[in-house]
Design a protein around this ligand. Structure first.
Ligand code: CP
Length: 310
């Protein structure tokens, strides 16, 4: 239960900076916004005088639309910026870009950037709330929050639950943010994938490491399955997609062979037939689309709580 109604930070740069109280407060606020977005009138006036810019320097479907919808449901004024259609292509720096946008009286910045640490760089230099919507291979805090929120909605609580993150851990910002978030909430976390896609330092984060998919599926209550981040790989980390799918893909035969039911999650985008087969992604065990729905409520909660800190 959250004791106070204020989040401890001005920005959401990473889950590493949040306290367990912050996370519980976000969840309790998101519970209320989930009710709001399921009503016939899905809008509240909470951020009526706030202007938010969504700065996307990398492609996105879910995060970008989810933030925009969350902002509109809260009645904020919303600006969308796409790097490829901006003066960044003429050589303008990140700081100049953001300072010029803020000069137009913008209050909050939601940013996705390929450089790890880019939102931290900005947070030390500008006077606006910043929300990290994914910074390179570093963190994706709102994804981890919506993942843990979805586990809590499905299983009642996160504490004590066994969550295994499968796939490309090395190149995934979702993995790192999930590890921090789940541990702060008292879950047990394991990572499972080929040795080449699991960082050598990972055990210093207090997670279990496995390369055995069947054993890990039997161990966990929740399987969070990540895609291979080919766009971040400049060398080959496994011989072929076919072999990856054969040895590390999650398929119906594997899931049906377990002596218990597990929850299947995936942050998207899915590479069907590679890390997960369609009959698992679309099965009754899957809460993948619930994650997407919950993401809007969680992002509404984050924006609302940060705006209150302004
Ligand atoms: N899960 C996620 O970050 O998806 P997008 O890249 O489509 O935003």
């Amino acid at each position: 239960m959250a004791a106070t109604t204020q989040i401890s930070t001005r920005h959401l740069l990473g889950i590493k900076d949040l306290t367990p109280h912050d996370i519980h407060l976000i969840f309790e606020t998101a519970d209320q916004f989930l009710d709001v977005i399921n009503r016939p009138i899905k809008k509240v006036p909470s951020l009526r005088d706030i202007t938010i810019v969504n700065l996307f320097f990398e492609n996105s479907t879910r995060t970008r639309i989810s933030f925009e919808l969350a902002e509109k449901r809260l009645s904020a004024d919303v600006l969308n910026f796409s790097a490829s259609a901006s003066s960044v292509t003429k050589g303008e720096t990140l700081l100049d870009t953001v300072n010029n946008i803020l000069a137009m009286k913008v209050d909050m910045v939601v940013m996705r950037h390929p450089a790890p640490g880019a939102p931290y760089f900005l947070a030390n230099r500008i006077n606006a709330n910043i929300v990290n919507a994914g910074d390179g291979t570093h963190e994706h805090p709102t994804q981890a929050l919506l993942d843990a929120f979805s586990i809590r909605r499905k299983l009642g609580d996160v504490v004590g639950k066994k969550v295994c993150i499968f796939g490309d851990i090395t190149h995934s910002r979702v993995a790192l943010s999930n590890i921090y978030c789940l541990q702060k909430l008292g879950a047990k976390v394991r990572v499972c994938g080929p040795p080449t896609l699991i960082p050598k330092y990972i055990d210093t984060l207090g997670v279990e490491v496995s390369h055995d998919v069947r054993d890990s599926l039997n161990w966990c209550d929740v399987a969070n399955i990540l895609r291979i981040q080919l766009e971040r790989q400049d060398i080959k980390f496994f011989p072929s997609m076919r072999e990856y799918s054969q040895y590390f893909g999650i398929n119906k035969k594997l899931v049906d062979s377990l002596d218990k039911e597990i929850v299947i999650m995936h942050p998207g985008p899915i590479n069907r037939g590679v890390e997960i087969t369609s009959d698992v992604a679309d099965s009754k065990h899957s809460i993948i689309l619930d994650q997407v729905e919950n993401g809007v409520a969680v992002r509404m909660a984050v924006l609302y709580l940060l705006a209150a800190r302004k």
